[in-house]
Design a protein around this ligand. Sequence first.
Ligand code: HEM
Length: 239
Amino acid sequence: MKPTDSLLLLTRVSATVVAILVITWALYFTTSFHPTHTLSQRDLIYSVLHPLLMVIGFILLSGEAILVHRWLPGSRKKKKWVHLWLQGLALTSGIFGIWTKFQGRDGVVANFYSLHSWLGLFCVSLFGAQWLMGFLSFWHKGEVRMTRIRVLPWHVFLGLYTYGLAVVTAETGLLEKLTFLQTKGVVLKRCNESMIVNGLGLGLAMLCGIVISTAISPKQYQTTPATKVVYSDTMCLTS
Ligand code: HEM
């Protein structure tokens, strides 16, 4: 097995563990999502949807999108197209995930007190701006080749930075929620639920490292007639 294939396998295994943990938490520990039992069924659904959309829709999907060039066979154009639309889906989940928090009975202003909410807004805005730039460059085929080559390292840097930021934001969300539940006595410090949430946080941190190392690991040196390879000091760009 090639080193990239092992890294890809590891990514899929950790992503599956993260998905199982967040689904288990959201579906089997619903009391944590309406601790005072005063929330309506509708508020409970919005409250459960937020971590599900952010972790599975935003983080896991954008991780897959980052690695498209590593796992998807076919032409470069096809890879770019799938990369763009997977990132678009991730962005839609992120926006919808934040929107669910605006639906709570406390409204928008009541929530925007935490570092988590500030980081979340910053992260999704940056992600949106990056996606828009990618979308525009996808449709500007006539763009000067050198300009695209010069911009690519910045695109890669910003993409990985935003991905890392999304994981950090989710960690602060998990910490905030669990600390709140433990302080209110809804959840014990040592219990299955605390272990699931801590495991989820650890899983996300590990996944982030694996996705980034897979993304920056050197590609196999191979050129097909349709692929030109351009070397910079630090990375190999195909165009
Ligand atoms: C990339 C992942 C995430 C992003 C970008 C994000 C973003 C946000 C934003 C922008 C808000 C404020 C919404 C408002 O005030 O109306 C918020 C609120 C909240 N989020 Fe997240 N979130 C993420 C993951 C999570 C996770 C995994 C949890 C775990 C349960 C979580 C729990 C909460 C809670 C409890 C609130 C309400 C309290 C507060 O505003 O801090 N979030 N989130």
